[in-house]
Write a protein that binds this ligand. Sequence first.
Ligand code: MRU
Length: 370
Amino acid sequence: MRFCEWRVLIDKYRGADMDALKLDTVRLSEDRSCLEILDQTLLPGTIKVLRIEKLEEIYEAIRFLRVRGAPAIGVCAAYGIALTASRIETQDYEAFLAAFREQKKVLASSRPTAVNLFWALDRMERVLLAQAGRPVDEIKECLFVEAQAIRDEDVAISRSIGEIGFGLMKPGNGILTHCNAGTLATAKYGTATAPMYVALEHGMTDFRVYCDETRPLLQGARLTAFELHGAGIDTTLICDNMASTVMKSGLVDLIFVGCDRVAANGDTANKIGTSGVAVLAKHYGIPFYVCAPGSTIDMSLAAGDQIPIEEREASEVTEMWYKERMAPEGVKVYNPAFDVTDHSLITGIITEKGLCRAPYEKAFRALGIE
Ligand code: MRU
């Protein structure tokens, strides 16, 4: 069974850039001159590889969701700052550190909710601090090595989450997911989709996936349906407001979602609409699992009400995907990009180190997540 191959998809979609055949969600070019990003704003109609190198371009790619999904944002920020720092022209450590911190501030302002962005940038800064006193050129090299490690670890982490999630699946299951916590949101496997891809690797194909389309940016329709369908998985796309009837009809046995930040008590910020799915799941008695890399768990926040929630442009709601504007000019629009699912609605949080059940803070600490 094939694993989410762009090669399979490329024949089906017009405007494809053949370079995409070899592309990850985000990677550093071989000559380390630029970042290569699969532009997710154009999917599924066009497969296009963006080559970007300037700080403002990397900021823009994250801000406008060309690269998105918490782990992928972290990987992009790590590669991005390794690249932009490599161009800082000084041999003086203190001057290098100051310029690095300026760049870090810019990238950190691109999106507020996914903690992986800050986690990755802080991890990169720690490398720089640990190497204090060494020649700047050597430190630049260490930053590239660290960024690559963050990317490689992400693959292993997603794979582990997939194994644990796979253990919860039974042949014939219907699985519902929201937004895109897939390969496109990580370096490989995804988080919520990892159990599905691992199932394929184990030769299990007898399961169905329902993808919420995920208004307003349609990550479920444009990205999750694209990658799961392309991987040969039995995939059904539904509008967000169909989830209740699909669950009531007995078509859903379990739910896997991703997350952008998990507070110490297990409250989970994920794409807008996730908390509604969790409420429905509780009503219909369907297990609701959050798939969370340790890097997405923010133990510095006691509860979900402390998680900053991104608000985005009104045009995403009123006109972005329509042929013409679908709301009166001047109407007020509220467009929070994430919501927080209360920990009481979550059956379990799957980390790469194990499956956590409430009380979550104790369970996280028991696994060494601090
Ligand atoms: O706004 P997005 O597309 O970055 O939101 C993405 C999500 O909410 C994902 O579910 C989350 O980042 C998990 S990615 C493995």
